[in-house]
Design a protein around this ligand. Structure first.
Ligand SMILES: Cc1cc2nc3c(=O)[nH]c(=O)nc-3n(C[C@H](O)[C@H](O)[C@H](O)COP(=O)(O)OP(=O)(O)OC[C@H]3O[C@@H](n4cnc5c(N)ncnc54)[C@H](O)[C@@H]3O)c2cc1C
Length: 452
């Protein structure tokens, strides 16, 4: 059995390791155009921030470790064409002019996503970075350590994490976001709250501009020097980080006749099979099933990539496994503020034609006399017709994310708010008030539902 895997970060590396455990005698070859495999892209902002000195801590498993287990890793080798009729892949070496065909019995595509490069004049100047690969992290940190001013383009979760990283590197940071708020995966009121709370904890260390478009980078042979915006402002910049979103890598799949889903990512079934026999796909290049609504969504997250890589490998090796889908759970942090969500919010529910009722509470996360007490705001959302929970969003300096995590199980079980309210949550003063804010929110939601 010849298993060929394309891409080797989260999904590809997971698939390779799992396949090796299931089929000790299979020939497994992993081709990647990258210089590293099996690394934590999620950890890049924390490396840049200076939390640890050695970037190698981001590497989960080395090519040598894979080779010891007889998994052949081919770094800097890009798959440029898939030929399903002959069950081959055309590989282009990036270190020599050589291109060659490899045969497969089972092919696992795990080629991920790439950063979007926004149409800004002089975007190719030196010291304008994206943040995706190990080299990006090393280069940004090196430059940040000897710089004064940075500009971040985009206020999604990577932009927000980079804001923390560069502020902690003592830079003056300007974040430019073209829409009217940041962190737009949240409902608008929660995004607005995130913006307000970040401005509150700012202490003059950064500047977040919304409804502002970066139009031009100015600089010289050395690199970028400033960023100009559509409204005529100009900000000094020794470095710029582009955090304008990511796109699934699908070109070679499309060319091979592999079906693309409604989200623009590769379409797969629960076994991570594509429409072409013996070709599987997983990770950031595929779309997911959103469990709450049974609709399609593209959620390029490391947690999904790992689970999907595992499922793809089990099935490619002749086993039976299903990845049923995602709830849309995510969490991040910027300085002392945490932001987390699961399920769908009011904004997405409206887009899907679902009528909602929600309750929002702002409370202490622990008993008020505890020294580390902090405020959290929770928004709990339910389906107006059925009373079933749809989602939860949490923002605050305190422990909002553990409340949001509690809701994930309720969503999986399809609980109504009434049923969820019977939840026996833990209590002691260092952990929560006597009645947890999440149950306060559920109580308010029950009463709102009964009146709606
Ligand atoms: C800064 C940052 C922070 C993040 N934080 C979080 C987080 O906190 N939590 C979370 O869940 N997720 C997070 N993510 C997302 C997470 O890192 C990704 O979801 C995950 O890396 C996806 O893994 P993947 O293997 O599917 O794809 P990728 O990581 O994109 O890897 C794909 C690999 O395939 C290679 N490749 C592409 N095309 C080809 C080709 N034609 N031939 C051969 N090789 C190819 C690429 O070079 C790459 O090495 C973060 C991402 C970033 C960038």
């Amino acid at each position: 059995m010849k298993i060929v895997i394309l891409g080797g970060v989260a999904a590809g590396a997971k698939a390779a390791a799992k396949a090796r455990r299931i089929l000790p005698d299979a020939q497994i070859d992993l081709y990647t155009d990258d210089t590293h495999i099996s690394y934590s892209a999620c950890g890049l902002p924390y490396y840049i921030e200076g939390n640890f000195e050695d970037y190698k801590l981001l590497l989960v498993r080395s090519p040598e470790e894979f080779e010891q287990n007889n998994v052949h890793i081919h770094l800097q080798n890009r798959a440029i064409k898939i030929l399903p009729s002959s069950k081959q892949v055309l590989i282009q070496s990036l270190t020599s002019p050589e291109a060659f065909l490899v045969d497969y019995d089972k092919l696992i595509i795990a080629i991920g996503a790439s950063p979007v490069i926004p149409p800004i004049k002089n975007v190719n100047l030196n010291h304008v970075y994206t943040v995706r690969k190990i080299e990006d992290g090393i280069a940004i940190r090196e430059k940040a350590e000897k710089s004064k001013n940075a500009v971040i383009i985009g206020g999604g979760y990577i932009g927000i994490e980079m804001l923390e990283a560069l502020v902690k590197q003592n830079l003056n940071v300007t974040l430019i976001e073209y829409s009217n708020t940041i962190m737009q995966t949240f409902d608008d009121d929660m995004s607005q709250l995130i913006l307000e709370q970040l401005n509150f904890i700012n202490e003059g260390r950064f500047n977040i501009l919304t409804s502002e478009i970066a139009t031009e980078f100015s600089g010289d042979n050395e690199g970028v020097k400033s960023v100009k915006t559509g409204s005529g402002k100009e900000f000094p910049a020794d470095l710029v980080v582009l955090c304008a979103g990511v796109r699934p890598n699908t070109a070679i799949a499309v060319e091979a006749g592999i079906e693309i889903g409604v989200t623009g990512a590769i379409k797969v079934n629960e076994k991570m099979e594509t429409n072409i026999k013996d070709i599987y796909a997983c990770g950031d290049c595929v779309e997911e099933n959103l469990l709450i609504t049974n609709s399609k969504i593209w959620l390029p997250l490391g947690t999904n990539a790992n689970k999907e890589g595992r499922t793809a490998a089990i099935n490619a090796c002749g086993g039976e496994d299903k990845f049923m889908g995602v709830l849309g759970s995510a969490v991040t942090r910027c300085l002392s503020l945490t932001m987390s969500m699961t399920g769908i919010g009011v904004k997405m529910a409206e887009q899907l034609g679902i009528e909602t009722v929600f309750a929002k509470v702002s409370k202490d996360d622990k008993v008020g006399y505890m020294p580390d007490v902090n405020n959290i705001t929770l928004k709990l959302i339910a389906d107006k017709k059925t009373g079933k929970l749809l989602g939860c969003q949490g923002v605050g300096a305190g422990d909002a994310d553990k409340r949001v995590n509690t809701v994930t199980s309720a969503l999986l079980a399809g609980l109504t708010v009434e049923e969820f309210h019977r939840n026996d949550l833990t209590y002691a003063p260092p952990f929560s008030p006597t009645i947890d804010p999440l149950l306060n929110a559920a109580q308010i939601l029950i009463s709102k539902l009964s009146k709606s």
